[in-house]
Design a protein around this ligand. Structure first.
Ligand code: XIL
Length: 467
């Protein structure tokens, strides 16, 4: 029973391939070698090296059969092009609408594709009510948005772009925005809220023009991620949008940038790839981007920002892999060839140092390993009526096989949920014990857990005991 569908599926694909591109010889091998399936689509080829190959999808195109045919055949990850943005999911404050986003998510899940959530906090595409907000009210509204949307999609999202485009185009500083004006810690507050709402999703910082290692904006993003890692802010990945054109060309040091971010201990994902141009020049650049990603073990996925050139937000630049009729372009072939060449998947990317804007030392401090036992430090992100706390547990010089941290909450405060730890009690002195996978900590190493609560957050010192 399981034999029959296998030869049939490639036959259909071969027919499509013949119609679309008349690559007869390559297609025919499919009849006798179903395993060659892995080499004939972008998604399957990327999956062979443990990566995904995705595209941006617009909900209103899911009724276009050419579009959906290519989507289902070629891609194994999707990003909603606009449907998960703040204006789409919370058009009126505290009224959430997920209809169009759900159409994309449900399609992806039915097809076994991953979903990249895009995006929870951004200065752009804010609904009118948010555009007019500032200060504490905006901070609270932003955290509420992050919490509600990430909670709604908990379990369905592979990766969230938690914060999008927070750095200025030049100068190496933050972009001015109403969110930035709520305080420089708005980004980490958003990440903590996202982790609390969906502990299973990877959390990315996403931006454009952070591709060229020598650009101040790249260095600014790098320094922030390095600081977040040093202080235990929950960040798992960096998304490089990689919209390339003559003003922002593919840089020859792109691989260095990917390697350098990865060396901080985060994944890197190419999240919105499009390359303006045509013909072999464009094809070569696509191949270079893919080869750079495959050379970096932690570059675990590539997403192109649309399917056909006519679907692109920059359609006049013909920046995608399929032409307006859905035919494969030279850029498609070179992308697939580069994927099929495979990744060397080097184990540890070599650390690199920036060539401009020397990076300062980490700002966070790690308690030195001394003696037996363990120590705990925490940070709190609070808003009116609620908070999240991130706790870092560090083993002393002997390492530990189990631990428990006790934190005393002020009157009126209560724990509502915890991740990476099991709490006993919810009020007063609350004990958080390790779970099965994080009880063992090597000497001097750390693990992190967190919790969310109502009321105001803890201010007392934590105690840490081994068990
Ligand atoms: C773009 C969409 O493609 C357009 O349809 C929309 O009009 C504007 O936004 N960076 C991002 C994406 O993070 O969300 C943007 O998408 C492109 C730039």
């Amino acid at each position: 029973m399981s034999d029959r569908p296998v030869p049939r599926r490639p036959r259909l694909r071969t027919t499509l391939t013949l119609l679309a591109a008349s690559v007869a010889a390559g297609g025919l091998t499919l009849f006798v070698a179903p395993s060659a399936d892995a080499a004939t689509t972008l998604g399957a080829s990327a999956a062979a090296s443990g990566r995904y190959f995705g595209t941006a999808v617009a909900a209103n195109k899911l009724s276009d059969s050419t579009y959906v045919g290519i989507l289902n055949r070629e891609f194994n990850s999707v990003t909603a092009e606009n449907e998960m943005k703040i204006d789409a999911t919370e058009p009126q404050q505290n009224q959430f609408t997920f209809g169009n986003a759900d159409r994309i998510v449900n399609h992806a899940i039915a097809q076994g594709m991953k979903v990249r959530g895009h995006t929870l906090a951004w200065h752009s595409q804010q609904p009118g009510w948010m555009q007019g907000m500032e200060g504490t009210a905006l901070r609270q509204a932003m955290l509420n948005h992050v919490t509600r949307v990430a909670t709604n999609y908990r379990g369905k999202i592979d990766t969230w772009d938690v914060v999008n485009e927070a750095f200025a185009d030049s100068g190496g500083g933050r972009r001015d925005s109403n969110l930035q004006r709520t305080g420089n810690d708005w980004i980490e507050a958003a990440f903590r809220a996202a982790r609390a709402a969906d502990p299973g999703a990877k959390l990315c910082y996403n931006d454009y023009n952070i591709d060229n290692w020598t650009w101040a904006k790249t260095q600014a993003a790098y320094t922030m991620v390095r600081d977040f890692k040093a202080r235990g802010v929950p960040i798992d990945c960096v998304g490089l949008q990689s919209h390339f054109n003559s003003g922002s060309p593919y840089p020859s040091n792109y691989r260095t940038t990917l390697q350098s971010f990865a060396a901080l201990g985060v994944d890197v994902q190419i999240t919105e790839l499009d390359i303006e141009g045509s013909g072999q020049t464009q094809a070569t650049t696509y191949g270079n981007v893919v080869r750079d990603c495959l050379a970096v073990a932690r570059c675990n996925g590539i997403t192109v920002w649309g399917i056909r050139d006519t679907d692109s937000w920059r359609a006049s630049g013909t920046p995608l892999l399929f032409d307006g009729n859905g035919n494969k372009k030279a850029a498609y072939t070179s992308t697939l060839d580069a994927l099929n060449a495979g990744g060397t998947n080097p184990t540890t990317p070599p650390p690199t140092s920036p060539t401009v804007s020397p990076t300062p030392s980490p700002t966070g401090t790690t308690p030195p390993p001394s003696g037996a036992g363990c120590t705990a430090t925490y940070t709190v992100n609070a808003w009116t009526g609620g908070f999240t706390a991130s706790v870092k547990v560090t083993a002393g010089g002997s390492g530990v096989n189990g631990w428990a941290v006790t934190l005393t909450l002020p009157a009126g405060a209560a724990v509502t949920n915890a991740w990476n730890a099991q709490n006993s009690g919810t009020t007063g002195a609350v004990r958080f014990a390790n779970v099965s996978y994080n009880g063992q900590i090597a000497a001097g190493s750390s693990t992190e857990f967190g919790f969310q609560g109502t009321g105001s957050g803890p201010t007392a010192s934590p105690t840490c005991a081994t068990s």
